[in-house]
Ligand binder design. Structure first.
Ligand code: AP5
Ligand code: MG
Length: 213
C-alpha cells in the first residue's frame, strides 16, 4: 500500500498517519520530519533546509526530491508507506510519477483556515521521541502531564515555524504551490477527500474508508 497524505499545515496528516500505520504494516515518511532531523544533526541538507523552513518556504526541489527518492529505496519501504508532506508542488509530483513507484491513493485532508492557526499554535513535540501533542483543550492528543512527553517525561517544545507570522507564510505557499495537486491527482482518479475537522476516531474511520473503497 503506497499512499500520499496531502493537505494544509495542521490538517493532521502526521497525527492520522501515526494512527493507521500498524493496521497496514507500513511506515510514515514525513519530509518535514526528515528535514528537522537533518537540522538537528547539522548535516549539509539540514543547513540548506533550515534557511527555507524558518521562512515557511519550500526547500528547493533538487534537495527534496533526491532525499525522498533515496529514502524510498530503503528496505523498510517494501511493504508500503505514507508520504506525509511530499509531493508539495507539481514538479515533485511529476518526479514521483517518473520514478517506478505506483501510488495507490492520495488522501486529501481538508480543514478551515481558522482551525489551522488554532491547532498549530497548540502543537508541541518531544525532542527525544518526536511524538506530537496538542495543548489546546480540544486538541488530540493532550499530554497526560502538562507540557511533558508521556513517553520520555521531558519538556515539550514548540516548532520554530509554528509562530503566527510563519504559519501565514506557510499557508500562502500551500495555496499557491501545493493545493493545485488536488486537481493533478483528481485527474489521475486517485484523490479521496477526508474532512479533517472533528473528532479523531471519525477522521481515522473516514481515512480507512477512503483508502479501502
Ligand atoms: P511539515 O513538517 O510537513 O509541515 P506541514 O506540511 O506544514 O504540516 P504540519 O506538520 O504542520 O501539519 P500536519 O498536517 O502534519 O498536522 P499534525 O498532525 O501535526 O513541513 C515543514 C516544512 O518543511 C515546510 O514548511 C517546508 O519548509 C519543508 N518541507 C517539508 N516537506 C517538503 C517538501 N516536500 N518540499 C519542500 N519543502 C518541504 O496536527 C497539527 C496539530 O493538531 C497537532 O498538535 C495535533 O496533535 C493536532 N491535531 C491533529 N488532528 C487533530 C484532531 N482531529 N483534533 C484535535 N487535534 C488534532
Ligand atoms: Mg506533520
Amino acid at each position: 500500500m503506497k499512499l500520499i497524505f496531502f493537505g494544509p499545515p495542521g490538517a493532521g496528516k502526521g497525527t492520522i498517519a501515526q494512527q493507521i500505520l500498524n493496521k497496514y504494516k507500513i511506515i510514515q515518511i514525513s519530509t518535514g520530519d526528515m528535514f528537522r532531523e537533518n537540522i538537528k544533526n547539522q548535516t549539509e541538507i539540514g543547513v540548506t533546509a533550515k534557511e527555507y523552513i524558518d521562512k515557511g518556504e519550500l526547500v528547493p526541489d533538487e534537495v527534496t526530491i533526491t532525499m525522498l527518492k533515496n529514502r524510498i529505496e530503503n528496505d523498510d519501504c517494501k511493504n508500503g508507506f505514507i508520504l506525509d508532506g511530499f509531493p508539495r508542488n507539481i514538479p515533485q509530483a511529476q518526479a514521483l510519477d517518473n520514478s517506478d513507484v505506483e501510488i495507490d491513493r492520495v488522501i486529501y485532508f481538508t480543514v478551515p483556515a481558522d482551525l489551522i492557526i488554532h491547532r498549530l499554535s497548540g502543537r508541541r513535540s518531544c525532542k527525544q521521541c518526536n511524538k506530537v501533542y496538542n495543548i489546546n483543550p480540544d486538541g488530540f492528543p493532550n499530554p497526560k502531564v502538562e507540557n511533558k512527553c508521556d513517553v520520555c517525561n521531558i519538556d515539550l517544545f514548540q516548532r520554530a515555524d509554528d509562530i503566527p507570522a510563519t504559519i501565514k507564510d506557510r499557508l500562502d505557499i500551500y495555496r499557491e504551490q501545493t493545493e493545485p495537486l488536488a486537481e493533478y491527482y483528481e485527474k489521475q482518479g486517485k484523490l479521496k477527500k477526508v474532512n479533517a475537522d472533528g473528532e479523531i476516531q471519525r477522521i481515522i474511520d473516514d481515512t480507512i474508508n477512503a483508502i479501502e473503497n
